[in-house]
Write a protein of this length. Structure first.
Length: 197
């Protein structure tokens, strides 16, 4: 399969694809992390998800005449391997185990999104924020003693979109989480404690 993949190296802030572009390729993130965003009707850029190495993005390419419903921007130096729809379909026909890997990957995404929806049902903003940060950390963070580290910057605005709350409210809740030791910030790193206080 390696011969069929188109390798790309992108810098932080560089776009892999834009919302509304023709979805012609599926991409595997080999290194780095990618932020998925959507531009709302009023022009706001909403952060929907963050994907890390090992994740597939651009699954819309599997749809008939699909377009990318979201944009994908690299959060750090990122290496991806892309494969166009026709080549991918040929590989799945000849090697059904590749199709099973994609199905498992999509199933994991559904489970992760279900967990995130569960976190959003938490009525207390501080607890909801903590649960959402834990879910993000499980997906893209590094496990360490006592919790997880997310090693790239998440702005308060991006966190507010992930949590579904106003940025000012998120800033206050984040401050309370810092006061209780549930999160710590150090430069561009965010540490989320696994000890619920």
């Amino acid at each position: 399969m390696a011969d069929e993949l188109v390798r790309r190296k992108l810098d932080a802030g560089e776009d892999l694809f834009h919302q509304g572009e023709s979805a012609d390729s599926i991409h595997l993130i080999k290194m780095g992390s990618v932020k998925l965003t959507k531009i709302s009707a009023d022009g706001r850029i909403i952060t929907l998800d963050i994907r890390k190495a090992g994740a597939l993005i651009g699954e819309s390419a599997l749809l008939e005449e699909g377009v990318y419903p979201v944009g994908a921007t690299c959060l750090e130096t990122t290496v991806t391997c892309g494969i166009d729809k026709k080549t991918f379909e040929g590989l799945v026909t000849n090697h059904p185990d590749i199709g099973l890997v994609v199905i498992r990957n999509l199933s994991r995404r559904i489970q992760q999104l279900s967990s995130r929806v569960g976190a959003l049902s938490e009525p207390n903003l501080e607890d909801r924020l903590y649960e959402v940060l834990v879910n993000v950390a499980l997906e893209v963070g590094a496990r360490g003693a006592g919790g997880w580290t997310i090693a790239f910057p998440l702005t308060h605005e991006e966190i507010s979109f992930l949590v579904g709350a106003h940025r000012v409210s998120v800033t206050r809740a984040l401050s309370r989480l810092r006061d209780t030791g549930r999160v710590r910030m150090s430069g561009k790193q965010l540490f989320i404690s696994d000890k619920v206080i």
